[in-house]
Write a protein that binds this ligand. Structure first.
Ligand code: ZN
Length: 263
């Protein structure tokens, strides 16, 4: 976020990420008609109310994606009281840029973490490197059936179109499912919501500046960063091609200030 109105109910209650007039720092058209270039800019002039301090112990490059992926998964964990109530059974759908940070947070907060994925190849990574406790292959009906009603909370980080019905079956009766990522992401809600009892489906989009600072401080305390690949400016096209094939673990960070690798 680059700016919000500062006057509406959301701005007044530290929820300015839901302000109707929110201006994004990157790829937006600002109130004065100028285009915002975010991290691609040579320099930025910012209002102090939209600045976040990065803890000294975190490397800048691996901390950078926390400002997007990190806060996007932190905010719903916080809103659902999962920061200081360890021992819950949490499911994370999708192990990508958002999902891998969500595992780190959920483990740091003391929860039992299950990854739900369509890729069997991600099981080893999830369990061994990221410390997930369980793995469900969502394309395997027996596995899905055997884990029915086992989870207190599910964070759905998948950006591709998919049905929420099978995922909701994994929730306990009073469980909550939160959908994060693109605000207009295509989802199929089950057509008979009544069979899902008291389960709640919510959406969430990034987080407020206050929450983003809280998240950064938590990351500093637990040494949480994103897993990244740093590329120089002359490798951006290659990085975008690889991104289209899902070939990145888990975020590309562009070193704009650094010299190109050809020099
Ligand atoms: Zn506002």
């Amino acid at each position: 976020m680059a700016a919000t109105c500062l006057k509406c109910e959301y701005c007044k209650e530290d929820q300015e990420n839901y302000c109707d007039e929110v201006q994004f720092v990157y790829n937006g058209i600002f109130w004065d008609g100028s285009i915002t270039y975010g991290g691609y800019s040579e320099f930025l002039v910012v209002d102090h109310r939209y600045v976040v301090r990065v803890p000294d112990n975190l490397p800048m490059d691996a901390a950078a994606p926390l400002l997007c992926a990190g806060i996007t998964v932190f905010s719903p964990l916080k809103d659902n009281n999962l920061l200081e109530s360890p021992g819950k059974r949490i499911g994370i759908v999708g192990l990508g840029g958002l999902g891998h940070v969500a595992v780190k947070f959920a483990k740091a907060f003391g929860h039992h973490v299950t990854i739900i994925s369509t890729s069997p190849s991600k099981e080893k990574e999830a369990r061994e490197r990221l410390g997930a406790d369980d793995f469900i292959l969502s394309t395997n009906p027996e596995q899905m059936q055997s884990k029915k009603r086992t989870l207190d909370f599910i964070l759905d980080t998948v950006s591709a179109k998919h049905s929420l019905g099978p995922t909701l079956e994994l929730l306990k009766v009073n469980g909550t499912l939160v959908i994060v990522g693109a605000p207009d992401k295509p989802i199929d809600l089950p057509s008979f919501p009544l069979i899902f009892g008291k389960r709640v489906v919510k959406g969430s989009m990034i987080g407020s500046i206050k929450e983003t600072q809280d998240m950064m401080d938590v990351c500093g305390k637990h040494n949480i960063t994103c897993d990244i690949e740093v590329v120089k400016t002359d490798k951006i096209n290659e990085a975008l091609d690889r991104l289209a094939k899902n070939d990145v673990k888990y975020r590309f960070v562009i070193d704009i200030a650094g010299e190109s690798s050809k020099l």
